[in-house]
Ligand binder design. Structure first.
Ligand code: SF4
Length: 448
C-alpha cells in the first residue's frame, strides 16, 4: 500500500532544518509521498527510517544528470504515464552523433554545424543537448583525440560511445570534469565500465538485449552504482518503442526498480525524415535521450517543437504578457490587431505582421493563455473583456483612426464589440497566415 505524507512524516526527524531543500519536514514528507523527493535528500534520516521508507518512497524514475553548468542535462524523475495526469518534467535530450573518423577541418565544420543547432520558438530557446562521440574508427588513440577536440569545442554535454572499455578508459580522464555519459556497460564489459564511471563520477548507459536481459543486467549494475540510463539494445523501431512503454509502465505502476531509470533510444532509420518520425515516437514514449545521426537544422526544428509540446505543463498554458506590442516602426496610422495572450497565437500573429512589412500594434488580451476559440468559448475573448482591455491599454490614443482588427474566427463578436468599445471593428483573416495579404490589400500605403 502506498505510504501517505503523514506515514512518512512520522518517521522523519521533525527538526524543520531545511537541509533537504523543503521548508519543513512535513512539506518534505508530502513531496516524498508524491514521488518528488527521496529519503536520501534528508541527511538526518535515521537508519530505521531508511529501512522503513527507502524503497517504498523512492521516485519511480531516478533523476540522472549528464554534463555540468550550462550544459547540464537532467533526465528522469517522471511520475506519470500520461502528461495530462500531471506533467512530464524533464524533456527528452537530443544527442547528435559525431564519428571519431572525422578530423581537422572536417571535424571542426561538423562541430560548428552542431553548435549552430539552437533556435527560438514562441519566445523560448530550443536546442539539441548532447554530442555523442562515436568510436567508429575502433582505435583508442583516434577516439581519445576526437573526444578531446569535441570536448573543447562543442557547446553541449558529451556522450562517449565505444564498445571498447579500454578506449573509454583512455578517453574519459581528459573530459571527466564535464561529466559525460558513458555508453555502454554491457553483459561483457559492465564490471570494468561501471568501475570507470564510478571512479569518475559519471553516469553510464546499461545496454542489455530486450526487457528480461536488461532488467537482470541493471540489477547487477545497480548493486554497485545507480547513476544509470537504460538502453534495451534493439535495432527495430517498433520493438524499442514497445519495450520502453512496457518498462515505463512497470516502473510507474509497479515500482519495478530495475526499470526506474531514464531510457535511451538510438534511431535506426537511414533516411533523415524517417529518422525524425522515429525520434518523435521515442520522445512521446518515453525516451530521456534520443541519439540521432542527422544534424540538419530544418529536420530537427519540427522534432524540437514536438518535444516542446509534449513537455509543456498542460496545467500551465504558455502565455505572453497581456499588453500592447509594437511591431516595426509604428506611426499613428498603423493597424491595431487584437489577439489572445496564448503564446502560440501571439507569436504566429507577430511573425505574420512582421512578414507583412506593414508595422502594427498587437494587443494581446489577457485570456489566461487560452487560444482564440478556446478563450471565446470560455467567455474570455468576447466583446466586454476585449473592449475593457483595449480601453485600459490606451492604445487608441496612439493612433489617428478608430479601427481594430479581430481574428476572423470570432467574427460573431464584431457587432457587440463595436457597441461596447465604440470602435470600428474590422474582421481580419481566420488564420494568422492570412495577415500579410490582408494588410497589403488594406494598407498598401504603409508598406515598408
Ligand atoms: Fe526535516 Fe530532514 Fe528536511 Fe531537515 S532535512 S527539514 S530533518 S526532512
Amino acid at each position: 500500500m502506498a505510504l501517505t505524507g503523514l506515514d512518512i512524516f512520522k518517521q522523519l526527524p521533525k527538526t524543520n532544518c531545511k537541509d533537504c531543500g523543503s521548508a519543513t519536514c512535513l512539506a518534505f514528507a508530502m513531496a516524498m509521498a508524491n514521488g518528488k523527493a527521496s529519503l536520501d535528500m534528508c541527511p538526518h534520516a535515521s537508519e530505521a527510517a531508511k529501512e522503513n521508507l527507502g524503497a517504498a518512497t523512492a521516485p519511480p524514475v531516478r533523476t540522472v544528470k549528464v554534463g555540468v553548468g550550462e550544459q547540464e542535462v537532467v533526465m528522469g524523475d517522471e511520475t506519470v504515464l500520461y502528461r495530462h495526469d500531471k506533467t512530464f518534467y524533464h524533456p527528452t535530450a537530443f544527442a547528435i552523433q559525431i564519428s571519431d573518423t572525422l578530423s581537422g577541418a572536417e571535424l571542426d565544420a561538423k562541430i560548428a554545424k552542431i553548435n549552430d543547432l539552437v533556435m527560438e520558438r514562441v519566445g523560448q530557446k530550443i536546442a539539441i543537448d548532447m554530442v555523442a562521440v562515436t568510436n567508429c574508427s575502433g582505435n583508442a588513440a583516434t577516439f581519445k583525440a576526437a573526444v578531446e577536440t569535441i570536448g573543447a569545442k562543442a557547446n553541449f554535454a558529451l556522450m562517449l560511445v565505444s564498445q571498447d572499455a579500454a578506449a573509454l578508459e583512455d578517453a574519459l580522464p581528459g573530459v571527466a570534469a564535464k561529466k559525460p555519459l558513458i555508453y555502454a556497460a554491457t553483459a561483457e564489459n559492465w564490471e570494468k565500465v561501471v568501475a570507470l564511471a564510478k571512479a569518475n563520477n559519471c553516469p553510464v548507459v546499461v545496454k542489455g538485449n530486450g526487457l528480461d536481459d536488461t532488467a537482470a543486467l541493471v540489477e547487477k549494475v545497480a548493486a554497485e552504482y545507480k547513476e544509470l540510463v537504460i538502453d534495451f539494445g534493439n535495432k527495430q523501431q517498433a520493438k524499442t518503442l514497445a519495450e520502453m512503454v512496457n518498462a515505463r509502465r512497470l516502473a510507474i505502476k509497479k515500482k519495478f526498480r530495475p526499470f526506474g531509470y531514464p531510457m535511451l533510444a538510438c534511431t535506426v532509420a537511414a533516411d533523415a525524415q524517417e529518422e525524425i518520425v522515429e525520434a518523435a515516437t521515442y520522445v512521446a514514449k518515453y525516451a530521456s535521450i534520443v541519439c540521432l545521426k542527422t544534424d540538419d537544422k530544418a529536420q530537427l526544428l519540427p522534432l524540437m517543437a514536438w518535444r516542446m509540446n509534449i513537455y509543456t505543463d498542460p496545467q500551465k498554458p504558455m502565455a505572453v504578457d497581456a499588453k500592447v506590442y509594437e511591431i516595426g516602426e509604428v506611426g499613428p496610422d498603423v493597424p491595431v490587431y487584437i489577439c489572445t495572450n496564448f503564446a502560440l497565437t501571439y507569436f504566429a500573429v507577430e511573425g505574420e505582421v512582421i512578414g507583412s512589412k506593414i508595422p502594427g500594434y498587437i494587443v494581446a488580451v489577457d485570456t489566461d493563455g487560452a487560444s482564440v476559440l478556446t478563450a471565446w468559448a470560455a467567455g474570455k475573448f468576447v466583446a466586454e473583456p476585449i473592449a475593457d482591455f483595449v480601453k485600459a491599454t490606451g492604445i487608441m490614443d496612439k493612433v489617428n483612426h478608430n479601427n481594430i482588427v479581430i481574428p476572423g474566427y470570432v467574427a460573431i463578436i464584431s457587432g457587440k464589440l463595436k457597441e461596447k468599445s465604440g470602435l470600428d471593428v474590422i474582421v481580419g483573416p481566420q488564420e494568422a497566415a492570412g495577415i500579410p495579404a490582408f494588410a497589403k490589400a488594406r494598407y498598401p500605403e504603409l508598406m515598408k
